[in-house]
Design a protein around this ligand. Structure first.
Ligand SMILES: Cc1ncc(COP(=O)(O)O)c(C=O)c1O
Length: 413
């Protein structure tokens, strides 16, 4: 657009190009501009209630109240590695209370800026200290993964993951690609509720992946952004990670409390590195501090204090698990309702993947043209790859979505 401001040509930035919107967050920007009362945002992965409102968990409100009332609390800097209690409890949450790696002090955990920050710190550490710079990420994956790891200094390659013809796992392709991977390379794995596909390996398939990766010396880097959100059980959703830790080998895990505690904007997460000995873990931690210090010095205190308060109090912990299960159950019920609504309309095609896939997202199989049509005609917003956030749906909006899918599928192929 031509500038109206004569001073603009004097700016040292006058030639700067307009950057494109983030493909996921840009959906919300477009949604916010839409004036239609029918509009539905199924783009961004944030939980909504049946009324379409953001949810702050009761247990989080309680923990915040306790923190506010505690006059002994101050606002001093945390250590570079974050809140010690939070780190210990986060490791226990993902690896299990009885994890030998924790008991043998072979795990180092640092508090980071949610899942994204944990992945970035882990990536930068690997780029500096690991002998192999290649990281394999699933195809497709969360859109931020390639950017995070490329900017961290790693070289990003992909392995096959999704089979559009079955809308399920391309297990054969995955095994072939990991077999052909550079020995020693890093492999990014979604611990559960794979984003965007909602397709996870079975326990047997995880076991085969583990054996293959260990035999080739591939280094597992788990991204755990949805623990408890997929099945409603924190333990079940951590099973893949625990299988890799149980064999005594090394492993990275990035945890986020954005979804499972609803702490999105608090930016609270953790990076854990499981090592072979306590001595190595100590040295690894000393180097993690050198990665973090020039990046943001030390992490914020509030969100981590909320998490630590909840995780160390058994009553609050139990309350959390119940609230978490209620969120997971509502999403599962949305899957069933959408599936039933498409069946009722006789929408052509097999839609069983809607109830088979798990976690926050359904990879519908709708193409970008159909998505654009649904946005224009029905004010339904989603990413152009056809991914919808089930957490953004409600019993009220399911029929509207089903109508839109039905017309999109029957009128365009
Ligand atoms: C697969 C995956 N990893 C990591 C994240 C990181 O989220 P956050 O940085 O908000 O914890 C997300 C969020 O959408 C995700 O889907």
């Amino acid at each position: 657009m031509a500038s109206q401001n004569p001073n603009e040509s004097l700016s040292v930035f006058s030639n700067i190009a307009q950057a494109p919107e983030d493909p996921i967050l840009g959906v919300t920007v477009a949604f916010n501009k839409d004036q239609s009362p029918l509009k539905v945002n199924l783009g961004v992965g944030a939980y909504r209630t049946e009324e379409g409102k953001p949810l702050v968990l009761n247990v989080v409100r309680k923990a915040e109240q306790l923190l506010v009332n505690d006059q002994s609390r101050v606002k001093e800097y945390l250590p570079i590695t974050g809140l010690a209690d939070f780190n210990k409890l986060s490791a226990k949450l993902i690896f299990g209370a009885d994890s030998p790696a924790i008991q043998e002090s072979r795990v180092t955990t640092v508090q980071c800026l949610s899942g994204t920050g944990s992945l970035r710190v882990g990536g930068e550490f690997l780029a500096r200290h690991y002998h192999e710079r290649t990281i394999y990420i699933p195809q497709p994956t969360w859109g931020n993964h390639p950017k995070i790891f490329t900017l961290a200094g790693l070289s990003v390659k992909t392995y096959r993951y999704y089979d559009p013809s079955t809308r399920g796992l391309n297990f054969q392709g995955l095994l072939e690609d990991l077999t052909a991977a550079t020995p020693g390379a890093i492999v990014l794995l979604h611990a559960c509720a794979h984003n965007p596909t909602g397709v996870d390996p079975t326990v047997d398939q995880w076991e085969q992946i583990r054996r293959l990766m260990r035999s080739k010396g591939l280094l597992p880097f788990f991204d755990s952004a949805y623990q408890g959100f997929a099945s409603g059980s924190l333990d079940a959703d951590a099973q893949s990670v625990r299988m890799f830790v149980a064999d005594g080998g090394e492993c990275f895990a990035a945890q986020s409390y954005a979804k499972n505690m609803g702490l999105y904007g608090e930016r609270v997460g953790a990076l854990s590195i499981v090592c072979k000995s306590a001595d190595v873990a100590g040295r690894v931690e000393s180097q993690l501090k050198l990665v973090i210090r020039p990046m943001y010095s030390n992490p914020p205190i509030h969100g981590a204090s909320i998490v630590a308060t909840i995780l160390k109090n058994s009553e609050m912990y139990n309350e959390w698990t119940m609230e978490l299960k209620a969120m997971a159950d509502r999403i599962i019920s949305m899957r069933q309702q959408l599936f039933d609504a498409l069946q009722t309309r006789g929408t052509p095609g097999d839609w069983s993947h809607i109830i088979k896939q798990i976690g926050m997202f359904t990879f519908t199989g709708l193409n970008s043209e159909q998505v654009a049509f649904m946005t224009k005609e029905y004010h339904i917003y989603m990413t152009s790859d056809g991914r919808i956030s089930m957490a953004g749906l409600s019993s009220r909006t399911v029929p509207h979505l089903a109508d839109a899918i039905h017309v999109a599928v029957t009128s365009m192929t």
